[in-house]
Structures are given as structure tokens and as C-alpha cells.
Design a protein around this ligand. Structure first.
Ligand code: GLA
Ligand code: ZN
Length: 675
């Protein structure tokens, strides 16, 4: 389904039920003033709508829907199943979760339902169905928002039984299962499906969420992700009984580890996500999350939540500085968002989020810095209209992101506990970001042939077909960049025997014999072919050439003189293998070589401290120029004489971008250079 909201949805979470009705009319006036055209409602109202097991009460929600409709606001209708009603937990304790330590929870908090509780499954789907029956026909309901930020885990009896069923379906026989889990290790042979227990602290789970059997724990993560996805699908299908057309989503969380979002994306009509960087999150990391969310469906996404000013749940909840929220919103659009929504529209009076920023502050006035900034942005988005909506990416570089690998890599016991998946991916992303080279974040199942360069760092687990697809890609002229901790295990976390990097060995033209680990205070020196020196740390592959050439070698430690970065010509393409964690400058040097070879260029010829990103429409490109550098930056020459579509201003050689300044330039395009 391709989703078209006609205009940029601008609004966010709105909880009028937390306020007396006199306030609602005032809200509408403020929304109009800020050009807020939509509201996300009913996110946590299950207890209100279903006060008892056999009674539903929609009176208040009807009023809210009427109010918003009368005021011409679009509605994102949530299903409310992200928090259980107290009566339900009291009557059916199974709906609550059992945690990693085996404690079964009472009523409290939110995101608290056991995904495998039949009671929860029944009542959540029923609620979604009733909502769809009542509001599905309304033209004002433009999107369904199922539950809220799915996540967490449950280790209860119901989940254990469901896990056994899931495993039976996957492995069919215990022989297959024992083999997959390598249960000869530590005498774990399973003779009866009922002997299988969940891998939490009472089972194979170790301290800090580690595990004695990664194969079991990875299966549990797949199962848990599937279980919650089944909840989503249950509600989605219930909605579809009464509403065939309105897009359905749930709000995701960027690189959140718990759920395989590529798998989820297949069931979602449109991706939406909640962007909450902290005060020190690099802008490149935020951009990477946006690109990942766009990549899930290779389509525009919704920014379902961001704070207009500050958060409450971080250790340090700094304010967004003047202009920052606006710039951040445009960064989101630049990387694929078709909506800009906030959490929340009015700041709550009580509960743990009363210090969370909102469009309308506790002062209850529009005379605040935050309100004025929200209103300014609202005016601009309204003027933009629908022109950017639906446009896509122009990337020639794909970076592989894979949840199975995320889980497997971080479950490894050894070689180095500091090896973190997202951090490894981000080191590569950051390079392209800093050079304004657009990137698609892609799955292991992506069509690699679309890209001049495919980057697959720490591709630790190689699924069936992936090595073959990469080989074909490279043989046909593609450039693959991979490196240490790649090609080590198959889908069940058992090692590919015969030398690392297993199925990648042939195309990389190397054999990795040993993996050294360096503690934080240690590093090795390396030397490039041109004599330049650099440092590396974390993990160091000790390898032999099998056809590849050396690009850099270690110059310290007992393996000095052996290769650490290699290049192998394979078919018509090339494989670069980076066998260690290079310091930033070293990685840049390698990737400069790679991008030169691939003729992959920055969106702007000259070096600039601005972030430049592009959205590609049918006949034109929208260039977003954004200043996150903290300093004044002059406009790149290529954009002199071009018009900023936000203000109508013509850029010149003298144009200066102050911190957080943004300009959007529309350029006509003759040919599609992506071909
Ligand atoms: C999440 C939730 C919201 C709210 C915000 C606060 O994104 O979805 O309900 O709690 O965090 O930042
Ligand atoms: Zn459970």
C-alpha cells in the first residue's frame, strides 16, 4: 500500500481525557494558531473505554473525535492496547508479564502485556475491532496506530508453551533442534519438547542478559519478536474487518534491539517511529536511524513522536536550543519522513512525564518560546504542502543492518565485550554522513545490485543465500566492504568450519586464523601501503592472503607485518576486508579509496560543514541544507542563485548558515542518475 496523507501531518499525541472539557476548546484555538492539522489520540485509554470485562464506553472518545473533526483535524487513532486495565490484571493475572528473573508482575506501568496470553490476545483484538467498527468510516481518521512502542520480553508459562510450539514448527524434530543448538555442549540433550525452558536467569540466561547458549537465546528473541508481531497482526486484521483502506502502523524505536523490524515492516502499511536523541547523540546517529526507518520498507515514514523541547526519562533532559527542533524536524524529513508529530501537545499534570516537553506548557499559554517555534514550523510545513511527500532516496551506497546479527554478535562470549553492533554500523555510516553521501540502510535480503557499494560490517551470522547473493553482486561488478567478526556462524550460531570468514573467505581472498582482542587501554599501530601510520583496537584479525592484496598491515604486536586491511578482485568487482577496528582517520582513508573506485560522490562538490541530504521526486530533487555544526557556515557555491523554498530567499555566495539554519532547494532533474 502506498500511503498518501495529502499534506504533511503535523500534530502529535493528544490526551484531552486528562483534562476538563473547558480546556479542549482552548486547545483547538492553539492548534489552529500553530497550524497543527492532526492529533494522535486514544493511546492509553483502554481502562477508560473498557471499564469492565463486558462493558465498553465510547462516550468520551466520541466527543474527542467530534471535537477534532469539527475543527478539521486529521486523526491518528491508537488502539490503546499498550497498557492493560487494572481490572484485567486482577481478574486474569496471566495477562501480566514474567520478567527475566522469573518474577511475575502485578498491575503497573505500561507495555506490560504477555504477548502469548490468550486473554490479552482476545481482548486486544476485540478492542481494535470495536474501534474500527465505530470510527473506521470517518474520513478524519487517516491512520491507525496499534498499541504503542512494542518491546520488552515475557518469560511466563504461556510464553514457554508457545516457545515450544514455535520451535516444533521451526525444527520439526528434536534431532534437528539438538543439532541446531549444539546441545552436546554442557550435556543439554533434549528428549522431550516439554523439557525446553525459556533462556532467562532461571535457565540458560547468564548475568547481564548474556547466555550460555546463544542458539537458544537467539531463537527466543526471534520468537518474542514474532509473538509481539502476532499481537500487531491480530489487531490489524481486526481493524481490517471494518476498515479496508486506512493505513495501519505502530510506532517503532529506531535501532531498538528487541524486535526484528525488517520482519515487522512486511506487515505494516507505513513505518512510523519515535525519535528521542539525547543531548550528546551525534547527528549522524540520528540520521542513520531515520535512514534505517526509511529502509525498512524503502519508503517514506512517519515521525510519530519527538519532543518539542525536552524529555523526562533521560539522565539529563536538556532543552532543545532555539531553532534546534525546527532543524531536527527538517533533518527527519530530509531522510524520508512525510509527517512531523510530537509527543505531546499538552504537558501533563501528573505522572512521570509531567516534565516531558509539550507544545502547550504548564503555563497554558501560547506565549512561550516552544509554542512560537512550533507555530513557525507549522506555518512553513503548511506552505510546503504536499510537494515533498512520497519522494525517495538517491543512495548508491547500501549498509546492511540485520537484527539476527545484532542479537548474535552481542551474545558472543568473547572475543571482546565492548563489541557493540550499532556502534560498528554507525562507524561506517558516519563516514558517508560526514561527506554528504546518501546511504540506504538495507536488509540482508535487499537487492544489492541497486548499489555501487554495499557495506556489511560485523556480518557475523550468514544466513542461507546471503553469501551467494553477495558473491553474485561482487562478480557483477559490485564493491563489498566487510571485515572482522564476519562470516563466522550460521543461523543457529554454530561456526562455519574450515577457516574464517567462512562463506566469505573465497570472495574476500583471505583466511583469518586468529582473533586478538584489545582492552580499552590497548591499541595496535598499522601502516598503509603509502607509509602512513594509524591505530586500531578492539579486535584484530590475524590473517593470511589467499589472492587478496594488502592495503594496510599491522606494525606492532607479534603479528606486525601481517595484513589488517585487504582488497580482493573477484569477478568484475572487489571485496575490501577491514580486519580490525580502525581509528576514524584510518577508516576514512580506506573508505575514500572505496568511494573513489566506485565513483560515488558527495551531494556537494566542495567540503562543507553543513549536512546536505536529498529527497528524490519524479522530476526533481529536494536538497536539504542543514547546519548542525554549531558554527556559522557559508552556503556551498553550487547552491548560489538557488531559491530556498521555505522563505523564497535566493542564496548567494555571501549567504551564511547560522547554527540550526535550514534551507531547502528544489532542483529540476533531467535524468535519473540512480540507474
Ligand atoms: C515514548 C512513548 C510516549 C511517551 C514518550 C516520552 O515514545 O511512546 O508515550 O512516553 O516516549 O518520551
Ligand atoms: Zn508471557
Amino acid at each position: 500500500m502506498s500511503v498518501d496523507f495529502k499534506h504533511i501531518l503535523y500534530g502529535g499525541d493528544y490526551n484531552p481525557n486528562q483534562w476538563p472539557e473547558e480546556v479542549w476548546e482552548e486547545d483547538m484555538r492553539y492548534f489552529d494558531k500553530a497550524r497543527i492539522n492532526s492529533a494522535t489520540i486514544n493511546v492509553f485509554s483502554w481502562a477508560k473505554i473498557q471499564p469492565e470485562e463486558d462493558r465498553y464506553d465510547f462516550e468520551e472518545l466520541d466527543k474527542i473525535v467530534d471535537l477534532l473533526s469539527k475543527n478539521h483535524k486529521d486523526i491518528v487513532m491508537a488502539t490503546s492496547t499498550g497498557a492493560l486495565p487494572a481490572w484485567m490484571v486482577r481478574k486474569y493475572p496471566e495477562v501480566a508479564r514474567t520478567d527475566y528473573d522469573g518474577k511475575h508482575h502485578k498491575f503497573g506501568q505500561r507495555h506490560n502485556a504477555c504477548p502469548n496470553s490468550p486473554v490479552f490476545q482476545k481482548y486486544s483484538a476485540r478492542l481494535a475491532e470495536k474501534l474500527a467498527e465505530r470510527y473506521g468510516h470517518s474520513d478524519r481518521v487517516v491512520c491507525w496506530h496499534i498499541s504503542n512502542e512494542y518491546g520488552g520480553e515475557c518469560y511466563c508459562e504461556n510464553c514457554e508453551q508457545a516457545f515450544r510450539k514455535w520451535l516444533k514448527k521451526k525444527y520439526e524434530t528434536l534431532e534437528n533442534l539438538n543439532k541446531a543448538w549444539n546441545t552436546e555442549f554442557w550435556g543439554h540433550t533434549i528428549y522431550d519438547w516439554d523439557e525446553i525452558v525459556l533462556p532467562n536467569a532461571l535457565g540458560d540466561g547468564l548475568w547481564d542478559g548474556n547466555t550460555a547458549f546463544a542458539g537458544i537465546s537467539i531463537d527466543y528473541r526471534r520468537f518474542n519478536s514474532d509473538s509481539m508481531l502476532a499481537n500487531y497482526v491480530g489487531e490489524r486484521d481486526a481493524i481490517r474487518k471494518f476498515d479496508a483502506a486506512t493505513p495501519i502502523t505502530t510506532n517503532l524505536m529506531g535501532t531498538y534491539k528487541g524486535l526484528d523490524y525488517f520482519k515487522w515492516a512486511k506487515e505494516m502499511d507505513i513505518i512510523s517511529w519515535d525519535n528521542y536523541p539525547s543531548y550528546d547523540t551525534p547527528w549522524s546517529q540520528t540520521a542513520m536511524c531515520h535512514d534505517l526507518m526509511r529502509g525498512l520498507k524503502d519508503a517514506p515514514f512517519m515521525l510519530m513522536e519527538q519532543t518539542p523541547s525536552q524529555q523526562n526519562w533521560q539522565p539529563y533532559n536538556s532543552l532543545k536550543k532555539p531553532g534546534q527542533m525546527r532543524a531536527q524536524s527538517y533533518q527527519t524529513m530530509a531522510h524520508g519522513a512525510d509527517t512531523i508529530q510530537f509527543f505531546q501537545l499538552r504537558r501533563s499534570v501528573g505522572g512521570c512525564e509531567k516534565f516531558h516537553g509539550a507544545v502547550i506548557a504548564h503555563a497554558g499559554t501560547d506565549n512561550t518560546r516552544v509554542f512560537k517555534e512550533v507555530a513557525q514550523l507549522g506555518g512553513e510545513l503548511e506552505k510546503l504542502g504536499g510537494q515533498i511527500l512520497g519522494s525517495g532516496s538517491a543512495a548508491e551506497v547500501g549498509i546492511v543492518f540485520d537484527w539476527d546479527n545484532y542479537w548474535a554478535l552481542e551474545y558472543t562470549s568473547g572475543p571482546n565485550k565492548d563489541l557493540k553492533y550499532v556502534d560498528q554500523i554507525h562507524q561506517y555510516y558516519r563516514y558517508f554522513y560526514s561527506r554528504n553521501i546518501p546511504v540506504d540502510m538495507i536488509s540482508r535480503e535487499a537487492d544489492f545490485s541497486k548499489y555501487k557499494i554495499v557495506v556489511a560490517p560485523v556480518l557475523y551470522m550468514i544466513h542461507k543465500g546471503v553469501a551467494e547473493a553477495l558473491e553474485t553482486y561482487v562478480k557483477n561488478g559490485g564493491i563489498l566492504v566487510t571485515g572482522f567478526m564476519s562470516g563466522i556462524v550460521g543461523e543457529s550460531d554454530n561456526v562455519y568450519l574450515g577457516g574464517y570468514p567462512g562463506p566469505l573467505r573465497k570472495m574476500a581472498g583471505i583466511w583469518v586464523e586468529e582473533l586478538d582482542a584489545l582492552a580499552p587501554e590497548q591499541k595496535n599501530t598499522i601502516q598503509f601501503a603509502d607509509g602512513e601510520e594509524s591505530f586500531c583496537n578492539l579486535v584484530c584479525d590475524i590473517m593470511h592472503l589467499e589472492g587478496a592484496e594488502t592495503i594496510a598491515e599491522y606494525s606492532s604486536n607479534f603479528y606486525a607485518g601481517t595484513p589488517c586491511v585487504t582488497k580482493n578482485c573477484f569477478g568484475q568487482g572487489t571485496v575490501y576486508y577491514v580486519g580490525t577496528q580502525l581509528e576514524k582517520a584510518g577508516l576514512e582513508k580506506i573508505l575514500d579509496t572505496v568511494t573513489n573506485q566506485a565513483s560515488v560522490h558527495s551531494l556537494v562538490q566542495e567540503t562543507t560543514a553543513l549536512e546536505v541530504a536529498v529527497r528524490r521526486a519524479e522530476n526533481c530533487d529536494y536538497y536539504f541544507l542543514m547546519n548542525f555544526s554549531g558554527e556559522e557556515v557559508s552556503a556551498p557555491k553550487a547552491f548560489a542563485d538557488k531559491i530556498d523554498i521555505l522563505t523564497g530567499e535566493t542564496l548567494t555566495n555571501q549567504t551564511v548558515f547560522r547554527p540550526y539554519d535550514v534551507r531547502i532547494i528544489k532542483m529540476q532533474r533531467q535524468t535519473d542518475s540512480r540507474q
